[in-house]
Design a protein around this ligand. Structure first.
Ligand code: 26Q
Length: 853
C-alpha cells in the first residue's frame, strides 16, 4: 500500500501534554503500562513499513512544511531522523521514569568530549528499523544511503578519549544501566581539515547549520553558572566560618538532550550537552545610544564559552576559556543531577544515588564544586561534605606523557573561581597534614604529592586533586595502569594501593562491526548464529572456521569488496585514484610525535628509495596502498610539518612510474568517525607503532583487529593485550619494549648512531633531506630531519630496523593468502574481549557498583 501524505499518525490520541513536557514540574498520574495516555501522546508508530511511511510523510509535511515532491534531501533527512525519534520516544520516557522511580544509583559520566559519529544509522539499528526504513523510503522513491550522507557527524571530540566516551554511553544503554552523559554542546566541533599545497588548513566545523534533528533543547531548564568576583567570610555566633561567594559575572547553561538508545533492548539513556547563553540578551540602553558593539559585548563573551572545541589533545595549554568551559559544564551537570533528586533529598545519601566518572582531568573542577554546593549552599559541615565528596567520584587517566597532565595557574583559577581555589587549598592543607603525619620529615614527598606545584609557576595539579578525592583511579590498558601506578603517581599508589585499578578500553561492536562492516556481520551470524553483538566473547566460536576453506573464501571476498568500495568512495570524494587489490596498510590517529607517523613515512620512503635505486627488486615487493588519516593541533608546528611531508611523499610516489602498481600513498583530508567506518573494514594491516610506554591504550587497534586486519605494533597500550589474545603468530610485533625504552633513555639516546649504522635508514633520511619531496628544496623538511636526527624524544630511528624487518614478514605472510586469512579470522575470533560492553561491566563490578535494570 502506498500511504498518502498528511495522514494522521496511527494511534495518536489528542491528549494534552503530560508532566515531562511542561516547564514547571507537576506530579503526573501513576504510570500504567496498559494505558497509553499515561505517557501522554507518545505512542510509538507501528513497526511496519506502512507505519513508518505514514510517520515519515507526516513529518515531512507537518514538521518540514513541504510535500514529498518539493522536498530537498535535507528535508527528507530531517523528516527521517524525526521519524526514528518517534519510535524511540516512548522507550526514552519510560527509561527515565524507571530510573527515577527506582531510586537507583546512576552513573554520571562527565566528559568534555563525545565523538559520536553519525546518529541516523546507529539509531535505526538500535530501534531495529534499518530494513523497514530502507523499504519504506524506497516506496517513496527515496534512497536511504542518499539521506545518510546528509548528516554531518557531531565531531565534539578530538580523538580516542572522545570516541571512548561515545562507545561507553552506547554500552551503558545496551547493558540497561541507568546513566547520564554530561558534556558540552560545542557550536563548532573539531575543525574540518583541508590541505592547501599539502599543508593543513583548518575550517570551522559548521555542523549545526542545516538543523540538528537529534537534540531536544530545554531553555526553560537553564541553569545559572557564576564566575569571578570575590569571597567574603563571616563568623557566626558559634564561631563557625561561613564563606559567601560574590560572583563577578554569570552565564546560563541550556541543556540539550540526546537519546542514547541501547541495542534492540527498549532502553534509552540521556546524553545532556550544555550550551552557554548570556543571562541578558543585550544592553538596550547602549543599543539605543547607538553603540551596537558594546550592546552585545557581554552576550558575545558569555556565549563564547561553548563556541568551539579546543583542537588540542595531549598538550593542554593553560587557556582561560578552556577552564571556563570545564567549570561551566561541570557546574551545570552537578546542579542538574542534584536537582533531579528533589528538594527533600538528603545529600548525605548522594553517594548511594550517583557515581560520577571523571573522563580525564577535564571535569575535575567538579570536586571543589561539589564541596562548595554541600558546604556553602546546603550548609553541611566541611568534614561531612568531604566524606560525601570522596565517595562520589572516580577518575580515569588517559595519558602517560607528563606534559599532558593538566595544571591551572593559581592566578587564573583564583580569578575565575575564587571560592574553588580556597576549597582546593583547604583540601590540600588537610591532605598534606596527613602526609606529614604519615611520613614525618619527608618534605620532598610533601612537595611531590601536593595539589599545588610551585614550579615553573604556582599551579593546581588537577590529576593530584582527582586522585586524592576519587574512590578509584584507573588506567585504560594493563600496561598503562601499571605505569600509572609505578611511574606517574607512585607516591599515591604507595599511599593507597587499593585505589588504583585497570579497566582496559573497548569499542562498541554495533558501530564498528555491524554498521561499518555489514557483510562481515552477516557472515559471522551465518557461522555462529545471532546474539554475538551483545555478547562479543562469542566470537571465539568462529575459531574452527579459520580452518574452513569456504569460510576463508567468503571472508576474503568481503575484505576485497570493502576495499573496492573504499577505493571507489575515495575516487568520488577526493578524486584520488588507488588500486583496488593491493595490501591495504592503514595508519589513522591524531598526529603526534609519540605515535610516530614519521616512522611510517621512513618506511615508505625507504621502500621507494630502494626500488628506484635498484637495491630492491620490485617483483619481490608486495604491492601496497598506504592510507593515512590524521589531524594535527593547529599550533603544533612539527606535527603540521610531518603532515606536509606525508602529502609530499604521497604526491611524489604516486607520480613516479617506477613504483606504479607497487606503492601508492593516500592522505585523504578530514579523518573522522565516518571515514573510520570506511577504512577499518577495508584494511589488511593496522599500524600501531607508538614508542612503547607512551600510548595509554589505543582503541583504533581494537577496531581494526575486530574487522580482520592484522596489527603491526609495538608492545604498547592495548597492543599488548591484543597480542596476548590473538597470539604471536597472528600479530607483527616489533621495536623496543618499555623497559628497553627506559634503559635507552637513561643511557642517552643518540639517533646518529642508528643513522650511521643502517644504510637504508641513512638513504631514506638523506633522500628527504635532499629535497626529493620538495622540488629540490632541502630546507622544506629540514625541521623534520633534524628533529629525527637530534631531538626526537620518541626514538623513531631506534625502532626503524626492527620495523622494516617486520614489514618484510608482513609481505611474506601476505603472499600466502590462506595463511593471512587464517590469521585475520583468528584476530576477529579472539578479540571479543575488546567490546566496550566488557569495559563497562568491569567498571560496574569494580568501580561503580550500580545495577543494570
Ligand atoms: C586538555 C586541556 C586543554 C586542551 C585540550 C586538552 C585535551 C583534550 C583531549 C587533552 C587530551 C585530550 C585527549 C586525549 C586522548 O584522546 N587520549 C587517548 O585516550 C584514549 C582512550 O582512553 C586512549 O586509547 C589513547 O591511548 C589516548 O591517547
Amino acid at each position: 500500500m502506498r500511504v498518502t501524505e498528511l495522514a494522521q499518525p496511527a494511534g495518536s490520541p489528542a491528549t494534552p501534554t503530560d508532566e515531562w513536557q511542561t516547564s514547571t514540574r507537576q506530579v503526573g498520574p501513576e504510570f500504567d503500562p496498559t494505558n497509553p495516555i499515561a505517557l501522554g501522546p507518545v505512542v510509538a508508530p507501528a513497526h511496519t513499513v506502512d507505519g513508518f511511511v505514514r510517520e515519515f510523510l507526516h513529518e515531512l509535511n507537518t514538521g518540514q512544511g513541504v510535500t514529498l515532491a518539493d522536498s530537498t534531501v535535507n528535508d527528507q533527512y530531517l523528516a527521517l531522523a524525526r521519524t526514528v525519534r518517534h519510535y524511540l520516544m516512548a522507550r526514552w520516557l519510560e527509561s527515565l521514569r524507571r530510573t527515577h522511580q527506582g531510586c537507583q544509583k546512576v552513573v554520571g559520566y562527565l566528559s568534555a568530549e563525545y565523538l559520536l559519529g553519525r546518529q541516523l544509522d546507529n539509531n535505526l539499528l538500535a530501534s531495529d528499523l534499518d530494513e523497514i526504513a530502507e523499504e519504506g523510503l524506497a516506496s517513496c522513491g527515496l534512497n536511504l544511503s542518499t539521506l545518510r550522507t546528509q548528516e554531518i557527524e557531531p565531531g565534539l571530540g578530538n580523538g580516542g578519549l572522545g570516541r571512548l566516551a561515545a562507545c561507553f554511553i552506547d554500552s551503558l544503554a545496551t547493558l540497561r544501566v541507568p546513566a547520564i552523559g554530561y558534556g558540552i554542546r560545542y557550536e563548532y566541533g573539531i575543525f574540518r581539515q583541508t590541505f592547501v599545497d599539502g599543508r593543513q588548513v583548518e575550517q570551522p566545523d559548521t555542523w549545526l547549520t542545516l538543523g540538528n534533528p537529534w537534540e531536544f533543547p530545554h531553555p526553560e531548564r537553564a541553569v545559572r553558572v557564576d564566575f569571578g568576583g570575590h569571597v567574603e567570610h563571616v563568623t557566626d555566633g558559634e564561631g563557625n566560618d561561613h564563606a559567601r561567594w560574590v560572583p563577578g559575572w554569570d552565564v546560563l547553561g541550556v541543556p540539550y538532550n540526546y537519546m542514547v538508545p541501547g541495542f534492540e533492548n527498549g532502553w534509552v539513556n540521556t546524553l545532556r550537552l550544555w550550551t552557554a547563553k548570556a543571562t541578558k540578551a543585550f544592553d538596550l540602553a547602549l543599543f539605543n545610544s547607538g553603540d551596537y558593539v558594546a550592546a552585545v559585548r557581554a552576550q558575545t563573551f558569555a556565549e563564547n564559552i561553548t563556541k568551539v572545541l579546543y583542537p588540542e589533545d595531549t598538550t593542554p595549554q593553560g587557556k582561560e576559556l578552556r577552564l571556563q568551559q570545564q567549570y561551566f559544564f561541570v557546574a551545570c551537570s552537578l546542579h542538574d543531577y542534584i536537582e533531579s533528586l528533589g528538594e527533600d533529598f538528603d545529600l548525605r545519601d548522594l553517594p548511594d544515588r550517583v557515581t560520577f566518572q571523571l573522563n580525564d582531568t577535564h571535569p575535575v573542577i567538579a570536586i571543589p564544586e561539589l564541596m562548595r554546593l554541600l558546604v556553602d549552599v546546603h550548609g553541611l559541615d566541611w568534614d561531612e561534605a568531604w566524606d560525601i565528596t570522596r565517595r562520589c567520584f572516580n577518575y580515569t587517566c588517559h595519558t602517560l606523557l607528563p606534559e599532558a597532565l593538566e595544571t591551572w595557574p593559581v592566578e587564573v583559577l583564583g580569578r575565575l573561581l575564587p571560592r574553588h581555589l580556597e576549597i582546593i587549598f583547604k583540601i590540600n592543607d588537610a591532605f598534606l597534614a596527613d602526609i606529614r603525619a604519615e611520613y614525618p620529615g619527608d618534605e620532598m614527598r610533601v612537595r611531590r604529592v601536593s595539589i599545588i606545584s610551585d614550579w615553573p609557576e604556582r599551579s593546581v595539579r588537577m590529576a593530584h586533586l582527582a586522585t586524592i578525592a576519587a574512590v578509584k583511579v584507573n588506567g585504560v590498558a594493563e600496561l598503562h595502569s601499571e605505569l600509572l601506578r609505578d611511574k606517574v603517581l607512585p607516591d599515591f599508589s604507595e599511599l593507597w594501593p587499593d585505589k588504583f585499578t585497570n579497566v582496559t578500553n573497548g569499542v562498541t561492536p554495533r558501530r564498528f562491526i555491524k554498521l561499518a562492516n555489514p557483510d562481515l556481520a552477516a557472515l559471522i551470524t551465518d557461522a555462529i548464529g545471532p546474539g554475538w553483538l551483545t555478547d562479543l566473547e562469542r566470537l571465539q566460536e568462529l575459531e574452527p572456521n579459520a580452518e574452513d576453506k569456504d569460510f576463508r573464501k567468503a571472508f576474503r571476498k568481503i575484505k576485497a569488496q570493502n576495499k573496492v568500495r573504499l577505493v571507489r568512495f575515495l575516487q568520488k570524494r577526493d578524486g584520488i585514484t588507488l588500486p583496488e587489490d593491493t595490501l591495504l596498510d592503514v595508519m589513522v590517529k591524531r598526529l603526534h610525535e609519540y605515535k610516530r607517523q614519521s616512522l611510517k613515512l621512513l618506511h615508505i620512503v625507504s621502500l621507494y628509495e630502494r626500488i628506484t635505486t635498484g637495491k630492491l627488486d620490485p617483483a619481490s615487493v608486495t604491492p601496497r596502498t598506504f592510507i593515512f588519516g590524521a589531524k594535527a593541533a593547529p599550533g603544533y608546528r612539527l606535527a603540521k610539518e610531518t603532515m606536509h611531508l606525508m602529502n609530499a611523499v604521497a604526491a611524489t610516489v604516486n607520480a613516479d612510474p617506477r613504483v606504479q602498481g607497487i606503492l601508492s600513498v593516500a592522505f585523504p583530508p578530514n579523518y573522522n568517525v565516518t571515514l573510520a567506518e570506511r577504512y577499518i573494514p577495508a584494511a589488511d594491516l593496522s599500524e600501531q607503532i607508538s614508542l612503547a610506554g607512551k600510548e595509554a591504550s589505543g582503541t583504533g587497534n581494537m577496531k581494526f583487529a575486530l574487522n580482520g586486519a592484522l596489527t603491526i605494533g609495538t608492545d604498547d597500550g592495548a597492543n599488548v593485550e591484543i597480542r596476548q589474545r590473538v597470539g604471536d603468530a597472528n600479530f607483527f610485533l616489533f621495536g623496543m619494549t618499555e623497559p628497553e625504552v627506559a634503559e635507552l633513555g637513561a643511557l642517552g639516546y643518540t639517533p646518529a648512531v642508528f643513522y650511521e649504522s643502517n644504510p637504508d635508514l641513512k638513504a631514506a633520511l638523506d633522500l628527504i633531506a635532499s629535497g626529493a619531496f620538495s622540488e629540490g628544496n632541502p630546507y622544506t623538511f629540514e625541521p623534520i630531519v633534524s628533529n629525527l636526527l637530534y631531538h626526537d624524544r620518541f626514538m623513531a630511528l631506534a625502532d626503524f630496523e626492527s620495523y622494516v624487518a617486520t614489514q618484510q614478514e608482513v609481505d611474506k605472510k601476505y603472499a600466502d593468502q590462506d595463511a593471512w586469512t587464517k590469521s585475520a579470522i583468528l584476530n576477529v575470533a579472539r578479540c571479543g574481549y575488546f567490546s566496550s560492553d566488557r569495559s563497562i561491566r568491569d567498571y560496574i563490578d569494580r568501580i561503580w557498583h550500580v545495577k543494570s535494570l
